[in-house]
Design a binder for this molecule. Structure first.
Ligand SMILES: [Zn+2]
Length: 304
């Protein structure tokens, strides 16, 4: 008699616990599913739609708002959301000013970080090349940038300039293709030494420098070494024309050409203060009719 009631009570107890667990198991996924699907949507919708409530889609926004506000099950929602910061910011949604202040730093941050601003302005030219061109302009040198020259592994100029004058009134003919450093030093030499030397001896300024070679992909004559011309680092000057019309050819002056000899010797000697190599008439047959000047780096200038 006593066993049957006990068994009935036990069966009833088991049944109620099973039912309870079944309801818990059944109910649990529902809020989880809602929270999981709802939170990302609310975050997106709230951020984009809050400033313009009229743009909200009728079903989505109220559902998200209601569930977030009323159901306590959604309390752990921020835990599942990847970005916890939006939800505190979203709490005072009615105030758009909070979003106004939150948004600009994000959009303004990117332009400040973009560093290649200078590269794009100067075409990626190294700072030294940019500075060199500024100095050329201050010297009154007329030049233009021309496309990079890469004729071979040992011939070329990365940032060549085509120079048509070595001063405001001193033309360079024909226009020479040089690297910027060579153009600058040639202009300094012509302006500080060559032009004053002509004024002293001929009472005239220099009208033009006649060059016979600038950039040229070639070896030094009788050698396997590449010439400095192959890097746009050298200039050959064949004649100097003065403003009074006189033309002074670079050659070995006649025995009684005192003024010409003095001028050419002076100009050639002063070039040694500017360049790594200075060669001219008397050095060898190849240089009998021009001055060769280049910026080759040497311990001592090769001044011949
Ligand atoms: Zn030369």
């Amino acid at each position: 008699m006593t066993r049957k009631p006990l068994a009935a009570i036990a069966a009833l107890f088991v049944c109620t616990t099973l039912v309870a667990s079944c309801t818990v198991i059944d109910l649990a996924p529902i809020p989880n599913a809602d929270v999981g699907s709802a939170t990302p949507v609310t975050n997106v919708e709230m951020v984009s739609a809050a400033p313009a409530p009229g743009a909200m889609t009728a079903p989505a926004a109220p559902v998200e708002m209601a569930s977030a506000a009323s159901s306590p099950v959604l309390a752990p929602a921020p835990m599942t959301s990847p970005a916890p910061t939006p939800s505190p910011a979203l709490a005072p949604t009615p105030s758009p000013s909070a979003q106004m202040t939150a948004a600009p730093p994000v959009t303004l941050g990117f332009p400040r970080v973009s560093l290649p601003r200078f590269g794009s302005r100067d075409g990626g030219m190294p700072a030294e090349e940019v500075q060199c061109r500024k100095r050329l302009k201050r010297l009154g040198v007329r030049f233009r940038d021309i496309p990079a020259i890469h004729d071979s592994a040992s011939c070329g100029i990365d940032y060549p300039v085509e120079v048509s004058s070595l001063g405001r009134t001193i033309a360079l003919k024909p226009a020479a293709k040089l690297n910027c450093a060579m153009a600058e030093e040639a202009a300094r030499w012509v302006q500080s030494d060559l032009a004053p030397a002509a004024r002293v001896r001929y009472f005239s300024g220099v009208a033009e420098i006649r060059q016979i070679s600038s950039y040229s992909c070639r070896r030094i004559a009788g050698s396997r070494t590449m010439s400095e011309h192959s890097k746009g680092n050298a200039l050959d000057i064949g004649a100097i024309k003065l403003k009074n019309g006189r033309v002074i050819d670079v050659h070995k002056p006649g025995l009684f050409a005192f003024r010409e000899r003095s001028f050419l010797r002076r100009v050639r000697g002063e070039a040694c203060d500017h360049f790594g190599t200075v060669l001219g008439p008397g050095y060898n047959r190849d240089h009998r009719d021009h001055f060769h000047i280049d910026l080759k780096q040497r311990r001592r200038t090769a001044c011949h």
